[in-house]
Each structure stands twice: as structure tokens, then as C-alpha cells.
Design a protein around this ligand. Structure first.
Ligand SMILES: NC(=O)c1ccc[n+]([C@@H]2O[C@H](COP(=O)([O-])OP(=O)(O)OC[C@H]3O[C@@H](n4cnc5c(N)ncnc54)[C@H](O)[C@@H]3O)[C@@H](O)[C@H]2O)c1
Length: 262
């Protein structure tokens, strides 16, 4: 079996950069037409253009904020208008908030949950009916090992990602008979702009000496001896989004160089 049947169409949120973009590139190389969606309108258009140029497969960039129901409806309509359907959905869009629980505010909680948990819920509500109708679908939502383990300074993020895991497992049970699989990919530290931005602010807060010690300590936690690259997570995501992965559903798969083994 070919990994992807002819004419597959994917929608990828947070696809302008990072793990979302690396996954879009893999699918595009396989001939999957991809609609990448991002809140950053300029970057998403630029990334879609780059994809089409590099792979020769048509890709479009759509600006949308996944925490807004009207934007989500608009993004699905635009993808359908361009490519006729959505067979594959990856939710990679997210934000990170690095703060102690006792220093965090309820307003920050609301923002985190709107983007990281309400966002995927809105997308699933908008995309799944078409998949049910066509009796085919592949879905991956991104979580984080911080949700599986808990992580100091990331309590809001970890809580929202824990919600993603529960949502995906529950929905997977409801739509399995419609040929739809839903899984979660849970990366460890991955070298994307999201992480680079957090590391830059840590360096500023800690100063070079303390920060250098932190980098060494982090590396010791990874049996593979390195943190991940976007392509590491994208390889697993690409498999789970393929036709071949029809018997994998409701799973949480860590891609983490052995950081946690659960
Ligand atoms: N990089 C890591 O170390 C790491 C670790 C664990 C989990 N993850 C998860 O993997 C996924 C991808 O992470 P990444 O490192 O590639 O992130 P990234 O920040 O590089 O990319 C995420 C993209 O999502 C977009 N986005 C943010 N809010 C949005 C919104 N409301 N609507 C639409 N788009 C929005 C951003 O503009 C950005 O382009 C995320 O869900 C993240 O939580 C990443």
C-alpha cells in the first residue's frame, strides 16, 4: 500500500513554521495537497509558497486564529473551496507560557485554554463531519510530555495539553467506525522557534553561566544525547496521518529521544 492514496488533502494548523511546517513538507512531498493555517498571515503565505515551489504539489496558506469559531469556519470553507475536502488534520498551533503557577493569572489560563484546548475542539467540530460523511479521516493533535509528566513553570500549558489527550481519546472512540483515527503526538524538547524563543528569555533571566549549566542538565535527561529537530516529530506524525496507520487510534506517542518512557 502506498502511504497516501492519490488526491489526499490535509489541513495543518500552526503550519507556518516548526513541527507543523516540517509535517506539511513531508505530506506535500508525498503528493498530499496541504492547506496550512496560522495566525501569522504573512508567514503562512510565505510558507505555503515555499512548499509549492519545493515539492511541486499545490499548497495554500490561510490566516486564522483557531481560538475563534468564525475563523475556524472560514479556514475550513477556504480549504474546501480550494481542494474540495479535508482527509487529514493536524493541530500543531499552540502557545507556551513559562511561569510559576502562583505567579500566573486566571486571564492567562483563559488565553492558554482558548488556544491550546478550545482551538483543537473547534477545529475537530468543523472538520470531522466531512470525514464522517466520506468515511475516512486521519487526525493528529500535538500535546507535550509536560502533560504526561507534569512540569514546573508550565502548569497551564501542561493542563491544556492534558485536556487535548483526553479529548482525542474520547472522540477516537466515537468515530472509529467511520474510518477515522485520532492520535496524539507528544514531543520532548524540540528545536523550533517556539523553543528558541523560550531559551532566549531563559538566557536573559539566568545569565550565561547558569544557563550553560541548564543546557547541560537538559541534555543529560535525553538518552539520545540531543534534543529533537522538527523532522523527528514530523516523521511520526506523517506515519500516523498516512493510509497505512489505519489500526492506530486513541494513542499518545512520545517522540522524545527517551526523555520519558511511558
Ligand atoms: N518545540 C517543542 O519543544 C515542543 C515540545 C512539546 C510540544 N510541542 C507542541 O508541538 C506543536 C508545535 O510546536 P512548535 O515548536 O512547532 O511551535 P511553533 O511556535 O514553532 O509553531 C506553532 C505555530 O502556531 C501558530 N499559532 C499560535 N497560536 C495560533 C492560533 N491561535 N491560531 C493559529 N495559529 C497559531 C504560531 O504562529 C506558530 O507559527 C505545539 O502544539 C507545541 O505545543 C512542542
Amino acid at each position: 500500500m502506498e502511504p497516501f492514496a492519490k488526491d489526499r488533502v490535509a489541513l495543518i494548523t500552526g503550519g507556518a513554521r516548526g513541527i507543523g511546517y516540517a509535517s506539511a513538507r513531508n505530506l506535500s512531498r508525498e503528493g498530499v495537497r496541504v492547506a496550512i493555517v496560522d495566525i501569522n498571515g504573512d508567514r503562512v503565505k510565505e510558507s505555503a509558497h515555499k512548499l509549492t515551489e519545493e515539492t511541486g504539489t499545490p499548497a495554500i496558506g490561510i490566516q486564522a486564529d483557531i481560538s475563534l469559531e468564525s475563523d475556524v469556519a472560514g479556514m475550513v470553507a477556504e480549504a474546501n473551496a480550494a481542494f474540495g475536502k479535508i482527509d487529514i488534520f493536524l493541530n500543531s498551533a499552540a502557545i507556551l507560557a513559562d511561569n510559576l503557577f502562583l505567579d500566573s493569572t486566571p486571564a492567562e489560563w483563559d488565553r492558554m485554554f482558548k488556544i491550546c484546548l478550545t482551538g483543537p475542539m473547534l477545529c475537530l467540530r468543523a472538520i470531522l463531519p466531512g470525514m464522517v460523511e466520506r468515511n475516512y479521516g486521519r487526525v493528529v493533535c500535538m500535546a507535550s510530555d509536560s502533560a504526561r509528566l507534569g512540569q514546573a513553570r508550565l502548569s497551564y500549558y501542561a493542563a491544556a495539553k492534558g485536556g487535548v489527550i483526553a479529548l482525542v481519546k474520547s472522540v477516537a472512540q466515537e468515530v472509529g467506525r467511520s474510518g477515522i483515527t485520532l492520535n496524539v503526538v507528544s514531543p520532548g524538547a524540540t528545536n523550533t522557534e517556539l523553543r528558541q524563543e523560550r531559551e532566549a528569555s531563559m538566557l536573559k533571566q539566568m545569565g550565561p553561566e547558569k544557563y550553560d549549566r541548564r543546557v547541560k542538565t537538559v541534555l543529560k535527561m535525553y538518552p539520545a544525547g540531543r534534543i529533537g529537530e522538527p523532522e523527528d516529530a514530523a516523521a511520526m506524525i506523517t506515519f500516523l496521518l498516512s493510509d497505512q496507520a489505519s489500526w492506530v487510534t486513541g494513542q499518545v506517542i512520545s517522540v522524545n529521544g527517551g526523555f520519558v518512557m511511558v
